[in-house]
Design a protein around this ligand. Structure first.
Ligand SMILES: [Zn+2]
Length: 205
Protein backbone atom coordinates (compact mmCIF):
# COMPACT_ATOMS: atom_id res chain seq x y z
CA UNK A 1 0.00 0.00 0.00
CA UNK A 2 1.29 3.38 -0.66
CA UNK A 3 1.23 6.79 -2.08
CA UNK A 4 -1.61 8.53 -3.65
CA UNK A 5 0.36 10.69 -5.97
CA UNK A 6 -1.53 13.25 -7.99
CA UNK A 7 -4.55 11.05 -7.73
CA UNK A 8 -2.65 8.06 -9.05
CA UNK A 9 -3.19 5.06 -6.86
CA UNK A 10 -0.30 2.68 -6.63
CA UNK A 11 -1.57 -0.02 -4.33
CA UNK A 12 -1.98 -2.77 -6.86
CA UNK A 13 0.66 -5.11 -8.23
CA UNK A 14 2.46 -4.05 -11.38
CA UNK A 15 2.40 -6.49 -14.26
CA UNK A 16 6.00 -7.56 -14.75
CA UNK A 17 7.13 -9.23 -17.95
CA UNK A 18 10.02 -11.54 -17.10
CA UNK A 19 13.19 -11.79 -19.15
CA UNK A 20 11.85 -14.97 -20.70
CA UNK A 21 8.71 -13.03 -21.55
CA UNK A 22 10.59 -10.66 -23.83
CA UNK A 23 13.09 -13.24 -25.06
CA UNK A 24 16.11 -11.72 -23.38
CA UNK A 25 19.52 -13.17 -24.05
CA UNK A 26 21.41 -14.32 -20.97
CA UNK A 27 23.68 -11.75 -19.33
CA UNK A 28 27.39 -12.08 -20.21
CA UNK A 29 28.09 -12.08 -16.48
CA UNK A 30 26.27 -11.30 -13.26
CA UNK A 31 27.31 -9.03 -10.42
CA UNK A 32 25.15 -9.40 -7.32
CA UNK A 33 23.83 -6.23 -5.69
CA UNK A 34 23.10 -5.82 -2.01
CA UNK A 35 19.52 -4.99 -1.04
CA UNK A 36 17.82 -2.92 0.08
CA UNK A 37 19.23 -0.08 -2.01
CA UNK A 38 18.95 3.59 -0.99
CA UNK A 39 18.32 5.08 -4.46
CA UNK A 40 15.93 4.84 -7.37
CA UNK A 41 17.19 6.45 -10.59
CA UNK A 42 14.66 7.40 -13.26
CA UNK A 43 15.60 7.33 -16.95
CA UNK A 44 13.93 7.70 -20.30
CA UNK A 45 15.11 5.65 -23.25
CA UNK A 46 15.02 8.56 -25.74
CA UNK A 47 15.58 5.80 -28.30
CA UNK A 48 13.64 3.55 -28.72
CA UNK A 49 10.43 5.55 -28.90
CA UNK A 50 7.44 4.87 -26.67
CA UNK A 51 5.80 1.47 -27.13
CA UNK A 52 2.09 0.91 -26.60
CA UNK A 53 1.65 -2.85 -26.81
CA UNK A 54 3.39 -6.02 -25.71
CA UNK A 55 4.98 -6.79 -29.06
CA UNK A 56 6.42 -3.32 -29.57
CA UNK A 57 7.68 -3.17 -25.98
CA UNK A 58 9.36 -6.57 -26.34
CA UNK A 59 11.06 -5.27 -29.47
CA UNK A 60 12.16 -2.16 -27.56
CA UNK A 61 13.64 -4.31 -24.79
CA UNK A 62 15.50 -6.46 -27.30
CA UNK A 63 16.79 -3.36 -29.08
CA UNK A 64 18.14 -1.91 -25.82
CA UNK A 65 19.72 -5.21 -24.81
CA UNK A 66 21.39 -5.49 -28.21
CA UNK A 67 22.63 -1.94 -27.98
CA UNK A 68 23.97 -2.31 -24.46
CA UNK A 69 25.55 -5.73 -24.96
CA UNK A 70 26.91 -5.24 -28.46
CA UNK A 71 27.60 -1.53 -28.94
CA UNK A 72 28.53 -0.72 -25.37
CA UNK A 73 29.91 -4.13 -24.45
CA UNK A 74 28.01 -4.28 -21.19
CA UNK A 75 26.99 -7.50 -19.51
CA UNK A 76 23.31 -6.99 -20.17
CA UNK A 77 20.62 -4.39 -20.72
CA UNK A 78 21.71 -1.59 -18.40
CA UNK A 79 18.48 -0.94 -16.49
CA UNK A 80 17.02 -2.84 -13.58
CA UNK A 81 13.57 -2.49 -15.12
CA UNK A 82 11.90 -0.67 -17.98
CA UNK A 83 8.28 0.39 -18.18
CA UNK A 84 6.27 0.68 -21.39
CA UNK A 85 3.38 2.94 -22.33
CA UNK A 86 1.39 -0.30 -22.38
CA UNK A 87 1.49 -0.14 -18.57
CA UNK A 88 3.71 -3.21 -18.19
CA UNK A 89 7.03 -3.36 -16.40
CA UNK A 90 9.78 -5.33 -18.11
CA UNK A 91 12.49 -7.05 -16.14
CA UNK A 92 15.99 -5.92 -17.02
CA UNK A 93 18.69 -6.85 -14.53
CA UNK A 94 16.03 -7.09 -11.85
CA UNK A 95 16.18 -6.21 -8.17
CA UNK A 96 19.45 -7.78 -7.09
CA UNK A 97 21.99 -7.39 -9.87
CA UNK A 98 24.26 -4.40 -10.33
CA UNK A 99 23.08 -2.39 -13.33
CA UNK A 100 24.81 -0.12 -15.84
CA UNK A 101 22.69 2.99 -15.97
CA UNK A 102 24.21 5.61 -13.69
CA UNK A 103 27.96 5.35 -12.96
CA UNK A 104 28.71 5.57 -9.22
CA UNK A 105 25.07 4.73 -8.43
CA UNK A 106 24.88 1.33 -10.08
CA UNK A 107 25.74 -0.62 -6.95
CA UNK A 108 23.20 1.18 -4.78
CA UNK A 109 20.18 1.88 -6.93
CA UNK A 110 17.34 0.45 -8.94
CA UNK A 111 17.42 2.04 -12.40
CA UNK A 112 14.03 2.34 -14.06
CA UNK A 113 13.80 3.30 -17.71
CA UNK A 114 10.53 4.87 -18.79
CA UNK A 115 10.57 3.83 -22.44
CA UNK A 116 10.14 6.78 -24.81
CA UNK A 117 11.40 10.31 -25.40
CA UNK A 118 10.00 12.46 -22.61
CA UNK A 119 11.72 15.78 -23.25
CA UNK A 120 8.48 17.48 -24.27
CA UNK A 121 5.69 15.07 -23.55
CA UNK A 122 4.60 13.34 -20.40
CA UNK A 123 4.26 9.55 -20.47
CA UNK A 124 0.70 8.17 -20.26
CA UNK A 125 -0.67 8.00 -16.73
CA UNK A 126 -0.72 4.21 -16.64
CA UNK A 127 2.99 4.12 -17.47
CA UNK A 128 3.76 6.41 -14.54
CA UNK A 129 1.43 4.45 -12.26
CA UNK A 130 3.34 1.28 -13.07
CA UNK A 131 6.62 2.95 -12.12
CA UNK A 132 5.11 3.87 -8.76
CA UNK A 133 3.76 0.36 -8.27
CA UNK A 134 7.14 -1.10 -9.08
CA UNK A 135 8.87 1.11 -6.50
CA UNK A 136 6.22 0.23 -3.91
CA UNK A 137 6.70 -3.47 -4.59
CA UNK A 138 10.47 -3.06 -4.27
CA UNK A 139 10.06 -1.49 -0.85
CA UNK A 140 7.51 -4.03 0.31
CA UNK A 141 9.73 -6.93 -0.69
CA UNK A 142 12.87 -5.48 0.85
CA UNK A 143 14.79 -4.52 -2.30
CA UNK A 144 14.49 -0.76 -1.83
CA UNK A 145 14.93 1.14 1.44
CA UNK A 146 11.84 2.65 3.00
CA UNK A 147 13.44 6.06 3.01
CA UNK A 148 14.94 5.71 -0.47
CA UNK A 149 15.86 8.75 -2.52
CA UNK A 150 14.37 9.22 -5.95
CA UNK A 151 16.51 11.02 -8.53
CA UNK A 152 16.53 11.72 -12.25
CA UNK A 153 19.57 10.49 -14.16
CA UNK A 154 20.74 14.05 -14.95
CA UNK A 155 21.12 14.75 -11.22
CA UNK A 156 23.81 12.11 -10.90
CA UNK A 157 25.38 12.32 -14.34
CA UNK A 158 26.85 15.41 -15.92
CA UNK A 159 25.94 16.14 -19.53
CA UNK A 160 22.76 14.13 -19.95
CA UNK A 161 19.22 15.32 -20.64
CA UNK A 162 17.82 12.08 -19.25
CA UNK A 163 15.03 11.54 -18.17
CA UNK A 164 13.82 14.40 -20.40
CA UNK A 165 12.69 17.82 -19.18
CA UNK A 166 8.97 17.13 -19.07
CA UNK A 167 9.32 13.86 -17.20
CA UNK A 168 11.91 15.31 -14.87
CA UNK A 169 9.51 18.10 -13.94
CA UNK A 170 6.93 15.42 -13.13
CA UNK A 171 9.13 13.26 -10.90
CA UNK A 172 10.01 16.30 -8.83
CA UNK A 173 6.49 15.92 -7.41
CA UNK A 174 6.87 12.24 -6.62
CA UNK A 175 7.30 10.80 -3.14
CA UNK A 176 10.90 10.68 -1.91
CA UNK A 177 12.21 12.94 -4.69
CA UNK A 178 15.64 14.11 -3.62
CA UNK A 179 16.80 17.55 -4.64
CA UNK A 180 20.43 16.99 -3.72
CA UNK A 181 21.55 13.37 -3.88
CA UNK A 182 25.17 14.27 -3.19
CA UNK A 183 24.40 15.93 0.16
CA UNK A 184 26.84 14.78 2.85
CA UNK A 185 24.28 12.70 4.76
CA UNK A 186 23.99 10.42 1.78
CA UNK A 187 26.00 7.26 1.33
CA UNK A 188 29.39 7.80 -0.21
CA UNK A 189 29.97 6.79 -3.74
CA UNK A 190 31.44 3.38 -4.49
CA UNK A 191 34.00 3.50 -7.27
CA UNK A 192 33.59 0.07 -8.76
CA UNK A 193 30.90 0.94 -11.25
CA UNK A 194 31.25 0.79 -14.97
CA UNK A 195 32.62 4.08 -16.17
CA UNK A 196 31.57 4.02 -19.75
CA UNK A 197 32.09 7.05 -21.91
CA UNK A 198 28.84 7.12 -23.79
CA UNK A 199 28.99 7.99 -27.42
CA UNK A 200 26.21 9.28 -29.59
CA UNK A 201 23.46 8.99 -26.99
CA UNK A 202 25.46 10.80 -24.37
CA UNK A 203 23.31 13.88 -24.12
CA UNK A 204 20.01 12.19 -24.52
CA UNK A 205 19.87 8.99 -22.49
ZN1 LIG B 1 19.39 7.83 -18.26
Amino acid sequence: MSHDNNGVLSHSEPTIVSREGWNARPPKYIEKMQNPVPFVVIHHSYIPAACYNLEDCKTAMQWMQDFHQNNRSWADIGYSFAVGSDGRAYEGRGWSRVGAHAPTYNTKSIGICIIGDWREELPPEKQLTTVQQLITKGIREGYIMNDYKLVGHKQVREGTECPGDRLFKEIKNWPNYCQDPSAPNNIKIVAEDTQIDDNRLKRKT
